[in-house]
Design a protein around this ligand. Structure first.
Ligand SMILES: [Fe+2]
Ligand SMILES: [Fe+2]
Length: 301
């Protein structure tokens, strides 16, 4: 048997200590995910119904009317200046007819996520509801840039969902970072790593797994800072990364003057088949999407 003296001489090497520290921290952080709450059941149900070609407007209406808070937000959006062109709506069937299944699905997702993403953060440099404004901005520009790049069908809605949730890991990490950071400057993944050995891309993908979100959402959240890390869905991740750049450049949800110099990684250009000059052209479209973002502002609970 080893003597006490021998035990005392055993030292844990720095790399192993780092691995242990990361594992312990990850356990604590993952436990924190449960306090976030979940996306309401309506999200999975609406995603399934809206993707099924046999779904009727009456089925969609039945599901949405079971969630009065979501239905209320949907009305507010449908009647906002951006969506109400062509007249206001006063009933759910009218809203469904006017907006179409695809838009309704995205609005229900946004109306559901708004309750979670509206939380005020302390360690990150967002204004009140700033993470919500940033997230809906990336989702909406993601949708239109995916269309502009000729990505088809479901990819457009998938990019919307991933854009909406790409930074959800920040919500989980925020309480763990407040001792180290006070929200006075933009935190990078390196800052997060230095403080808690994990970053929001990894933690966000754990949230998506816990919420049973589709595989493309989990992968894009994990790889949204570098699409080279997205083996199955690099183009989804490329669009979200590009839109993260555009919306950060607009400082949406962030205080003026915050240092926000994001750089587009070369993997984004490669996976989308873009040149530097294409980025400027795509960026010029963003101002139209910002009009849509204003319809969602103030919607976060
Ligand atoms: Fe991020
Ligand atoms: Fe972001």
């Amino acid at each position: 048997m080893a003597s006490t003296e021998e035990f005392e001489r055993i030292e844990i090497s720095a790399p192993i200590a780092g691995v242990v520290e990361r594992a312990v921290m990850e356990e604590r952080i993952v436990a924190q995910i449960d306090t976030l709450g979940t996306l309401p059941d309506i999200v999975a149900e609406i995603m399934r119904l809206a993707d099924d070609p046999d779904t009727t407007a009456a089925q969609l209406e039945a599901v949405i009317s079971r969630e009065p808070v979501i239905a209320g937000r949907l009305f507010k959006l449908a009647n906002s200046p951006f969506f109400s062109r062509g007249g206001t709506v006063s009933t759910l069937p009218q809203a469904i007819r006017k907006l179409g299944f695809g838009t309704i699905k995205n609005l229900v997702l946004a109306a559901s996520a708004g309750g979670v993403l509206g939380t005020q953060l302390g360690a990150y440099d967002y204004l009140e509801s700033g993470l919500w404004d940033h997230s809906i901005g990336v989702a909406l520009t993601g949708r239109s840039i995916a269309k502009g790049l000729d990505l088809q069908g479901t990819v457009i809605d998938e990019v919307f969902l991933a854009g909406l949730l790409h930074d959800i890991g920040k919500l989980v990490l925020d309480p763990f970072l407040r001792d180290s950071y006070d929200g006075s400057f933009r935190l990078t993944t390196e800052h997060e790593q230095a403080a808690v050995a994990l970053d929001h891309t990894h933690v966000g993908s754990r949230v998506a797994e816990k919420w049973n979100l589709p595989a493309h959402t989990t992968e894009v959240i994990s790889a949204h800072h570098d699409p080279a890390q997205a083996p199955k869905f690099p183009r989804h991740a490329g669009v979200v990364n590009l839109c993260d750049y555009f919306i950060s450049r607009e400082r949406l949800g962030r205080p003026d003057g915050s240092d926000d110099e994001m750089v587009i990684p070369s993997s984004t250009l490669t996976c989308l088949g873009l040149q530097e000059s294409d980025v400027a052209d795509l960026g010029a479209r963003v101002s139209e999407d910002l009009e849509a973002v204003s319809a969602f502002q103030g919607m976060a609970a």
